[in-house]
Design a protein around this ligand. Structure first.
Ligand code: SF4
Length: 209
């Protein structure tokens, strides 16, 4: 990562971590993808059951590969013949991995979902939720985070999955109600009622989209 951007990220991450603490969530800052992987593996005890909601960021730091070969019970939804059963199993795992579509400088996480398996598991079920968040996802406030989620993350995801939505053609949200829309559910995570449940590893890099 560029030296000047790193300097800015180092400072901003401290503000975000304080914001997370005020919301009963725990934040960490990694200077690199390798450091993020090390922090993540330090948080997940051997033998833990782990699954994820389709996080590109977790793959990009090498966490998914490490969990697959390590001493963990990794539930790989992509390999499951029964996607519904795999999605339901997520509610009872030790760790649920996720990225976010955007987050704010004061620690609020914003996610949108079509099927809602991801946002529902973030909200309730898994004993712990571990977010891997590139500093490119950080926005000033909830309004700008929502705009990022709708106009950057959602169009890219719609294109990635070959969905027939207006944004997959224009690259920007058209507030559609198309059958393929992935903007069915919006989750704004502003506080964790449960102690020691939500961890966020901020990474000094561009991860996901
Ligand atoms: S509401 Fe529709 S057009 Fe807007 S981002 Fe979601 S899927 Fe795309």
């Amino acid at each position: 990562m560029n030296e000047m951007i790193t300097k800015r990220n180092d400072l901003l991450a401290q503000k975000i971590i304080k914001g997370l603490e005020s919301r009963n969530m725990q934040g960490f800052y990694a200077k690199s993808k390798a450091e993020a992987l090390s922090i993540a593996l330090g948080l997940i005890p051997a033998g833990s059951s782990v699954t994820m909601g389709g996080s590109v960021s977790a793959r990009e730091i090498g966490l998914v590969d490490a969990l697959k070969v390590g001493d963990y019970k990794f539930i790989d939804r992509d390999l499951s013949d029964d996607k519904r059963a795999a999605a339901l199993a997520a509610y009872d795992v030790d760790f649920f991995l996720s990225s976010c579509n955007a987050m704010t400088e004061d620690g609020v996480l914003v996610n949108i979902d079509g099927n809602a398996n991801r946002v529902s598991a973030i909200a309730f079920g898994p004993r712990k939720v571990l977010f891997i968040v590139g500093m490119n996802k950080v926005c000033k406030d909830v309004d700008s985070a929502m705009k990022r989620a709708r106009n950057i993350a959602a169009p890219v995801n719609a294109q990635r999955f070959g969905l027939s939505t207006p944004c997959s053609k224009t690259g920007s949200c058209m507030d559609c109600k198309s059958p393929d829309t992935i903007c069915c559910q919006f989750l704004v995570t502003r506080y964790s009622r449960h102690d020691d449940r939500i961890y966020v590893i901020l990474v000094n890099d561009n991860l996901g989209f």
